[in-house]
Ligand binder design. Sequence first.
Ligand code: FAD
Length: 364
Amino acid sequence: TAADTKAVDVVVIGAGQAGLSSAYYLRRFGVRPETGFVVLDRSYGPGGAWQHRWPSLTLSTVNGVHDLPGSSFEDIVGSDSGLVPASTAVPEYYADYEERFELPVHRPVRVTVVCDRGDRLRIETDSGIYTARGIINATGTWEHPFVPWYPGATRFRGRQLHTKDYRSADEFVGKHVLVVGGGISAVQLLDEISRVTITTWTTRREPAWRTEEFSPEIGRAAVALVEDRVRRGMPPGSVVSVTGLPVTPAIRAARERGVLERQPIFSEITETGVQWPDGSQLDVDVILWCTGFRSSLDHLAPLDLRNPGGGITLTGRLATQVENDPRIHLVGYGPSASTIGANRAGRAAARELVDHLEAEAHAT
Ligand code: FAD
């Protein structure tokens, strides 16, 4: 009934870095909290996906959490917090942020479906329905772990898990762990697990180690490449494939321990392990898939945003706006899938959406 339906101008979906930055700028550009916009988040507490990260991922092992607009991370969590798990520090920072800027975050509210009702978008959730003139989608990737398919996957009698399910190396003591994937998570988890048990590493491609110091130029080039892909409607692709894997002191030490000798990818999974095209086999107890994530966009399916190739064509200043639909922005997707990118994209999306709503109001 109409009584269960709340009408606002903008619904922000997700309260991670991308959603909070968007909310901050919506406020700043004059959209009123609650009556003008709300932020809906399915998690029970603040922190976005950071609250779910494994405990050994500390502030000294993450790449870096960029400040949200208007608030310093260091001021909230302290400057000597290197050993603090990111899963406690970032939620603490976001909680303070939501309160400080009085952001209208509603949780736990899971958006199940967004559909187009002509002049308004209808946002269905597990606790009520919203209608809005625009949305900023900022749902991240954590809900969408990606595991590639290999023949025999269901035959394997050992344990298979994804990065998302990893808690601590201790649970693998005495087991042979096969780590699959060529990204930063694969390398970090290999480093940890290889300290307590035997590991094997397998990747599809030769790992791309970074040969030079990471610089803002390298970062910008990586983002530009991904941005170009989404402007052309292609799936965003991985940023590490452009920036290369960082060689930290821990990684150097792992290399010296010989745990970063990489095997090519297997072709089949057996009951007891994996098999390569030449018939050679390896028995393992655990397959740990560090094979990344995809954007959590299932709730947007009725909007039919995807091209046949699986990409979504984006436009606008920082490539956040869905092509031909100024009501819909994706933030934290593609070029803005980093804490710094999410910040900037939140601003661009809020600006463009507010401008669109004003233009639309004048036209009617
Ligand atoms: P998230 O933090 O995932 O927030 C999305 C929010 O949306 C969540 O709170 C979720 O509950 C909510 N949500 C999802 N679906 C729905 C729904 N249907 N309805 C309602 N709410 C929903 N980036 C960096 O810049 N530095 C790093 O050091 C770094 N380390 C990383 C380490 C790992 C292991 C991973 C996986 C990623 C890392 N990243 C890092 C990338 C990082 O995830 C992003 O930069 C950024 O934090 C993502 O922010 P976000 O707001 O887009 O998504």
